[in-house]
Design a protein around this ligand. Structure first.
Ligand SMILES: Cc1cc2nc3c(=O)[nH]c(=O)nc-3n(C[C@H](O)[C@H](O)[C@H](O)COP(=O)(O)OP(=O)(O)OC[C@H]3O[C@@H](n4cnc5c(N)ncnc54)[C@H](O)[C@@H]3O)c2cc1C
Length: 197
């Protein structure tokens, strides 16, 4: 409608635009979203981009903590049919030199056995190290998610921020890292934990 007017106009109906529109509309504003593609969703679109029947998310190979995000609960997306499909296999690497592929499965006691087996074909040491580190991190997944999806600092949030920092530090130490390791390149720490043999 060319003559329409809105309190707020959002260009692009990616998930950030849609989230912003939902909060603005909930606060009582009229919102117009304009999308140039044939469907909304931006980077969260799923398309049959290769062969029929194979659905791909073209802009995400991982979706971390999506169902912990405030918007997920604030708008009761589950009630409206949103669901996270968690495939058993999460990532894999193939090697041109004929070594077996390395497959990492979703964190789960049964699937962990398959991850252990896959990494063990390259290094038994690294398989045990991977599972030990992953389990320590997964025990604290709610705390990690909280650091990602916290609202901008409010005056009364100092205590909450201190709590989050101390939880982060505890995890850091639990992983066997020290204050001196903060700021080191990931490769330095990866080489310390994993031997590749
Ligand atoms: C190859 C690739 C891999 C990625 N992997 C991951 C991942 O694994 N995990 C993850 O969390 N993130 C990943 N990302 C990032 C993620 O896709 C983006 O952060 C996310 O899509 C940003 O959302 P958005 O709503 O801001 O923008 P977008 O999703 O980009 O949406 C913007 C929308 O605006 C529309 N638009 C643009 N210009 C106009 C215009 N002038 N008029 C009308 N409409 C317009 C576009 O068509 C689009 O629909 C990846 C990105 C890429 C490119």
């Amino acid at each position: 409608m060319p003559e329409a007017t809105y309190d707020a106009v959002i260009i692009g109906a990616g998930h950030n635009g849609l989230t912003l529109a939902a909060y603005l509309a909930r606060s009582g504003l009229s919102v117009g979203i304009f999308e140039r593609r044939h469907e909304d969703g931006g980077g969260v679109n799923t398309e049959e981009a290769t062969v029929p029947g194979f659905h791909h998310n073209l802009h995400a190979q991982y979706m971390e903590f999506i169902d912990y995000m405030p918007v997920y609960h604030d708008f009761e997306l589950k009630k409206w049919g949103a669901r996270m499909i968690l495939p058993d296999t999460q990532l894999g690497i193939t090697f041109a030199d004929g070594r077996p592929p390395l497959i990492i499965y979703r964190p789960d006691p049964e699937l962990d056995k398959k991850t252990r087996k896959s990494i063990s074909e390259h290094s038994k040491h690294d398989a045990e190290t991977w599972l030990e580190l992953k389990n320590k991190v997964m025990k604290r997944d709610h705390e990690i998610a909280a650091t990602l999806y916290s609202p901008a600092e409010a005056e009364d949030s100092a205590e909450a921020a201190a709590g989050m920092m101390s939880a982060g530090l505890e995890l850091w130490q639990d992983l066997g890292l020290t204050m001196n390791d903060i700021g080191k390149a990931p490769k330095v720490l990866i080489d310390r934990f994993f031997c590749g043999r």
